[in-house]
Write a new protein. Structure first.
Length: 117
């Protein structure tokens, strides 16, 4: 299991990524409402952002996510859900799933911070 980095899970370190997701999420939602193909482009940016969040908050040397590893910061079934999202980034269901992953990861990071104290 790839553990979390205690310094990099601090709120001031991760909050900018969650704020960036909130803005991106609004764009994705609007694109889906308008049946605009831009949703897929925005989703790909969201996927990159989520992967960056996971890598940044974990103790690992590589810059990408290793799908064969378990990450302490990932929520339940996080890797499987991420694989599903990456396979179909243009679908609304994948947007909802990515949004849930961001929410659950935010809660998980908060729990890990509390657990450290």
């Amino acid at each position: 299991m790839i553990t979390f980095d205690p310094v990099k899970i601090q709120k001031n370190a991760v909050e900018p990524m969650f704020l960036e997701w909130e803005e991106l999420s609004k764009l994705i939602h609007e694109a889906h409402q308008q049946r605009n193909r831009q949703a897929k482009v925005f989703m790909e940016k969201g996927i990159e952002l989520y992967e960056r969040l996971i890598v940044t908050t974990s103790n690992q040397e590589s810059e990408g996510i290793n799908v064969n590893e378990d990450y302490e910061v990932l929520p339940l079934n996080g890797m499987e859900r991420l694989s599903f999202i990456k396979a179909r980034p243009g679908q609304f269901a994948c947007y909802r799933q990515l949004d849930e992953l961001f929410k659950e990861t935010k809660k998980r990071l908060a729990r890990l911070r509390v657990k450290m104290k």
